[in-house]
Ligand binder design. Structure first.
Ligand code: SAH
Length: 271
């Protein structure tokens, strides 16, 4: 069951984190990636070294420690954030801001989400019925790949991730960025995520990184029993708010509203 929402008073983009700790679960890592993480050279870092010390795990650790202090956030999500090199997903000109708690432009008028919002949303997903019993997110659908950063995090906390992007340029860029990370359980799809992705449905976890007027019925159809969906949605006052929908084991859905957020719009059609 979804937890009751906290007070709905936070300012846009400022989540009120809640979450639980727990053991690390990294099924998304290939053996090669595990080896790299434990000290081997990363081909990604080698290919795009910034010369600013951002390639070191220490920089990411300090971002995670700042998040931990501002939390609580789910410990497994923070571990994933300590491992995924966010600076490789942002433009070279913005690389010094990569480990600040801020959203950044990624081209085509879109943004990479703010780390605290990413941690918050994935943490809430980890608290769904299926995710709690399995200890991971299971089969995941992400709508709005953007640069692929969140998809890379999701891979470390799930069995399989399908991530859809409607802007071809971003889809192709994300493909290039994640390919050296060798996530063989990640499927990047170019298309309209409002339709979901029926070939891999049902999903235990669905996460949207773009805000629509409501949650498309296709996402609900593709949510597994015991599964959880999290998405920003416009409320009656036209303000964005996080909404969590759980597909109940008995029957039907339970919808819970969380805090205010700020996301790019969910748009139909692929371009
Ligand atoms: N997940 C990204 C955030 C990307 S921003 C991260 O890691 O930070 C949200 C993305 O949603 C944008 O790239 C936008 O193009 C995409 N988007 C908006 N509507 C969409 C739709 N209907 N289908 C797929 N992607 C969509």
């Amino acid at each position: 069951m979804a937890r009751p929402p906290k007070k709905l008073v936070s300012s846009p983009g400022e989540p009120q984190p809640q979450g639980a700790g727990g053991a690390a679960f990294n099924p998304g890592l290939t053996a090669a990636a595990t080896q790299r993480r434990s000290g081997g050279p990363s081909p990604v870092a080698a290919g795009r070294s910034t010369g600013l010390g951002l390639d070191s795990e220490g920089v990411r650790r300090s971002m995670v420690e700042r998040l931990r202090a501002a939390g609580p956030f789910d410990a497994r999500v923070l571990e994933a954030m300590a491992a995924v090199p966010r600076h490789l997903f942002v433009d070279a000109a913005l690389v010094t801001q990569a480990y600040e708690d801020t959203s950044l432009p990624i081209g085509h008028g879109q943004t990479i989400s703010k780390p605290s919002v990413v941690a918050r949303m994935i943490g809430v997903l980890m608290d769904g019925v299926s995710a709690r019993s399995g200890g991971h997110l299971g089969r995941v659908l992400e709508v709005g790949t953007g640069c692929g950063y969140q998809a890379a995090l999701l891979c470390r906390l799930s069995r399989h991730v399908v991530s859809i992007e409607r802007i071809r340029g971003l889809h192709e860029k994300a493909r290039e960025l994640v390919s050296p990370l060798r996530m063989n359980d990640l499927r990047l799809v170019y298309g309209d995520g409002m339709l979901g992705h029926p070939p891999n449905a049902p999903y235990d976890s669905i996460i949207a990184a773009a805000c629509g007027a409501d949650v498309p019925a296709t996402w609900l159809d593709q949510l597994a029993i015991g599964g959880r969906l999290i998405s920003p949605v416009l409320d009656a006052a036209n303000k964005q708010r996080l909404v969590v929908i759980d597909r109940l084991e008995s029957a039907g859905f339970q919808r819970t509203e969380y805090e205010a957020v700020q996301f790019v719009p969910l748009k139909s059609g692929a371009v």
